[in-house]
Design a protein around this ligand. Structure first.
Ligand code: SF4
Length: 279
């Protein structure tokens, strides 16, 4: 049995949050560079260059990639041989509080959706845990801005809607989101589960590596088809038109009820922030 102490977890979460807000993943930068090579319109190219320059400035000058430093979503994979003598959620929230207070990131969390009083700690964050075998703890920290989250959609389709119904829903959702999700976007699609599970599948799809391909044959084909169709919509970077609307479409699937076909679409803007560590 391995014991992880409170300070180790808190400090790891703090450092991951800080790194994610300053350092855009290199794979996203490379995705933007590839998009730049495909574009011909001057304004479209200028927008992509500015997004890349913004990421470079954020990294070198330690300025947040975006002013919306987000509500933080944390994914945990907890090995069955890992032991904690404290509440995991407390250490995670304390790590986030320390990061946001220490770096003066914008505090973006209110204590109640209707009284709108800021907690001024950027907590609580949203924590999803999964039990796995082994003596490791995997932590993925994802600050998520409201711009892309607010345009995300969920629909309970029925089995007769089938694949074409799913494609229509995803494309309609992307068209509705347009430039408001600060594209180039990453589109996370969750198909299956139930009402809440499909949303979680779509959120988890967003943290898959950009080059990752689904091992599910149907989802794999769907990812390629949707990426092509989304990039033909001419929404383009920040909605100015172009071929680079999405850097990736990721489809996660799960078992569901015989009478249901839940589908969720979770958007990630170009400020795709997530970092992970294994303890
Ligand atoms: S959608 Fe993303 S890039 Fe746009 S304001 Fe929100 S966090 Fe920033």
């Amino acid at each position: 049995m391995k014991t992880i102490n409170y300070d180790t977890l808190k400090n790891t979460v703090r450092d991951l949050a800080i790194a994610s807000i300053y350092d855009l993943d290199e794979e996203v930068v490379q995705g933007l560079v590839k998009g730049l090579e495909k574009e011909t319109n001057t304004l479209t190219k200028t927008i992509i260059k500015e997004i890349i320059e913004n990421a470079n400035i954020a990294k070198t000058k330690r300025i947040p990639i975006c002013q919306d430093t987000g509500i933080v979503v944390v994914f945990l994979e907890i090995g069955n041989e890992v032991h904690f003598d404290f509440l995991i959620d407390d250490a995670i929230n304390d790590g986030i509080k320390e990061a946001y207070e220490g770096e003066l990131f914008r505090m973006s969390v209110v204590r109640h959706p209707l009284d709108r009083v800021n907690t001024f700690t950027n907590t609580p964050c949203i924590i999803h845990s999964k039990n796995v075998l082994g003596d490791k703890l995997k932590i993925t920290v994802c600050p998520k801005g409201a711009g892309s989250e607010n345009l995300s959609q969920m629909k309970m389709l029925i089995p007769k809607d089938g694949l074409e119904g799913v494609v229509k829903f995803v494309i309609d959702s992307v068209m509705f989101a347009g430039g408001k999700v600060c594209p180039p976007m990453i589109v996370g699609v969750g198909i299956g589960g139930n009402f809440e599970e499909s949303a979680l599948l779509s959120k988890k799809a967003l943290i898959r590596p950009l080059e990752d391909e689904s091992s599910d044959e149907i989802a794999n084909k769907l990812e390629k088809r949707l990426l092509k169709e989304v990039n033909e919509l001419n929404i383009g970077p920040m909605g100015v038109g172009g071929k680079t609307t999405a850097l990736a479409v990721k489809v996660n699937v799960g078992p569901c009820h015989i009478a249901a076909l839940p589908v969720s679409v979770n958007f990630q803007c170009h400020a795709s922030r997530h970092k992970e560590a294994i303890l």
